[in-house]
Design a protein around this ligand. Structure first.
Ligand code: HSE
Length: 295
């Protein structure tokens, strides 16, 4: 019998919080089901989106959770609701749901840190780096911050703010997140680091208190990651300008992109700007989501 868990999409980074901050949201959900088996493997992928059976984040996440919980093996069924390659935490959602499903099957729980570390193995398999921001948000829900050395996961309750994700649907290469990481500089200037740390603190304050104006400013306090990645996103400048003209108070890239996260409005105008430059786009108004749970 299959045991299933679902996990939400998420927007990582939130501007200045590269690999640290992420917000789980209700734009999309993945469902992952597991059942006991001799060998751990993904046996089927259903749902709206195609993802590989072998290089699948749910596989590495389930293997790591089984190792930590002392389980044998599982067959995995991934029902894909979160679109891959759009900066919406798709691999993270599968990984977080896989860890939760393994916990439910075995009737045992991992600590939040162990669960998130297990799910981050899924990210390592898919993007080459065990970044834990998306998986922490998908697993725990709400707003999260991650520290890596030592590894800690911090969760914050969030207040209501007006947020949109706008997604362009142009072709993106396989392994897009890895490519979007490879354009980033290896080193940053101290003054840029200072700006990002201040910005990340402001994002937390803004989201926990519902201060939309502060959030709009804070998500743009990133002189490093967003400028480097903006070049990978078609018509970035025009779309941001249109969003702001349409009422967005602040705009940043969602995760590794190409989706954008907008504060306060402007989604329809952003979508129209992408379509003027020949890229089909859609948008969703999003609310913070709960973390992974049994289905
Ligand atoms: N923090 C990661 C990155 C998120 O920006 O590469 C990827 O979804």
């Amino acid at each position: 019998m299959w045991v299933c868990a679902r996990a939400p999409s998420s927007s990582a980074n939130l501007g200045p919080g590269y690999d640290v901050l992420a917000l789980a949201h209700d734009a999309y959900f993945d469902v992952v089901c597991v059942r006991p088996s001799e060998e751990t493997r993904v046996v089927k992928v259903t749902g709206e989106w195609k993802v590989p059976l072998e290089r699948n984040s749910a596989l590495a996440a389930a293997e790591e959770a089984l190792k930590r919980l002392g389980g044998k093996g599982v067959e995995i069924w991934v029902h894909k609701g979160v679109p891959p390659g759009r900066g919406l935490g798709s691999s993270g959602a599968s990984a977080a749901a896989a860890v939760k499903a393994v916990e439910l099957l075995l009737g045992k729980s991992l600590s939040p840190e162990e669960a998130v570390m297990s799910a981050a193995e899924g990210e390592r398999l898919v993007s080459g780096a065990a970044h834990a921001d998306n998986v922490a948000a998908s697993y725990l829900g709400g707003l999260v911050a991650v520290t890596y050395d030592p590894f800690k996961v911090l969760k914050f309750e969030v207040a209501e703010v007006e947020l949109y994700v706008v997604t362009p649907w142009h072709e993106v290469p396989e392994g897009k997140t890895g490519a979007a990481r490879s354009v980033l500089p290896e080193e940053v200037k101290l003054r840029d680091a200072v700006k990002m740390v201040g910005g990340a603190a402001a994002v937390i304050k803004a989201l926990t208190s519902g201060d939309e104006d502060l959030l709009a400013k804070a998500i743009e306090m990133d002189p490093v990651v967003t400028p480097a990645r903006s070049k990978l996103i078609p018509c970035f400048e025009e779309v941001v300008k249109a969003a702001k003209g349409g009422g967005a108070k602040g705009v940043t890239i969602s995760g590794a992109g190409p989706s954008l996260l907008l504060v306060g409005g402007g989604a329809e105008e952003a979508k129209a700007a992408w379509e003027r430059c020949g890229v089909k786009a859609t948008y969703k108004k999003v609310k913070p989501a709960r973390g992974s749970s049994a289905v």
